[in-house]
Design a protein around this ligand. Structure first.
Ligand SMILES: [Zn+2]
Length: 250
């Protein structure tokens, strides 16, 4: 019997066969050292681990997927993978550009359009540590390195809780703002907190996006709606009870 699939991604090993069943899109947030006081520690991936993860994928023959092509609902090409980052942190630019370049991967960062050059304000009421977001010059540097940006709304909104007008504004204005600022087409959207419903999804379609990503675990294939794309959260390897047991008694 094969081991159960982990619910988060730390290394290719347990996912090797599974990834053959469709297109995986990895979901990252923050890279590099964790500042003191961080609550969700698993959202930080150290630079060395990130480098190892990309090296392993490259050695296994993986290449970045074409995010635009995900809208076509065609059968995914084998050995493609999507690499996505939520929120637009400076630490992704700082610790991610090198490994991405070294291993030849292209990544997509979802930007909170009204918080460019600011921070993760939406996290602070829950006691999360402050983490700076890229400013305009840093986003330009990210784009100049061959990477992509998408929209993560204007204010990291909980879209299903908003009126239709407010949700339309968050979804549509963030697209226009990013396009005006950076001169690139914004084709990709990411639901903050993974919160969406059919009404929200339809507003994303209406605004002219080609894809939207959720936080639902899974792979994507020709049957997956491009506005309900699944992702697998990347997380550092934690020694859970099972592996601790294996280390002690295995
Ligand atoms: Zn987010």
């Amino acid at each position: 019997m094969s081991a159960p699939l982990p619910s988060t991604y730390a290394s290719l090993g347990p996912f090797r066969d599974y990834f053959g069943g469709g297109l995986p899109v990895l979901m990252y947030h923050k890279l590099g050292p964790r500042p003191p006081g961080v609550r969700l520690k698993g959202l930080y991936i150290g630079e060395k681990l990130f480098d190892r993860q990309l090296a392993e994928l490259r050695q296994a023959g993986y290449q970045s997927c074409d995010f635009d092509a995900l809208a076509e609902r065609s059968k995914p090409e084998p050995k493609r993978i999507g690499i996505s980052f939520d929120d637009g942190y400076v630490n992704v630019l700082k610790y991610g550009l090198g490994p991405l370049k070294q291993h030849g991967f292209q990544a997509l960062q979802y930007i909170v359009a009204d918080n460019i050059g600011g921070g993760n304000d939406w996290d602070l009421p829950a006691g999360e540590a402050y983490e700076p977001l890229m400013d305009q010059a840093q986003i330009r540097e990210w784009l100049a390195a061959g990477h992509l940006i998408g929209s993560h709304t204007c204010s990291h909104a909980k879209l299903p809780e908003l009126s239709v007008e407010q949700a339309r504004e968050e979804i549509g204005s963030s697209k226009k703002k990013l396009e005006d600022l950076f001169g690139v087409a914004i084709h990709h959207f990411c639901y903050p907190y993974g919160f969406w419903n059919e009404r929200v999804r339809d507003l994303v379609i209406e605004a002219g996006y080609l894809t939207a990503t959720t936080t639902q675990f899974g792979l994507n294939d020709a049957a997956t709606s491009p506005f309900e794309l699944r992702r697998i959260m990347a997380r550092y390897q934690s020694w859970g009870l099972r592996s601790l047991r294996q280390r002690l008694f295995g």
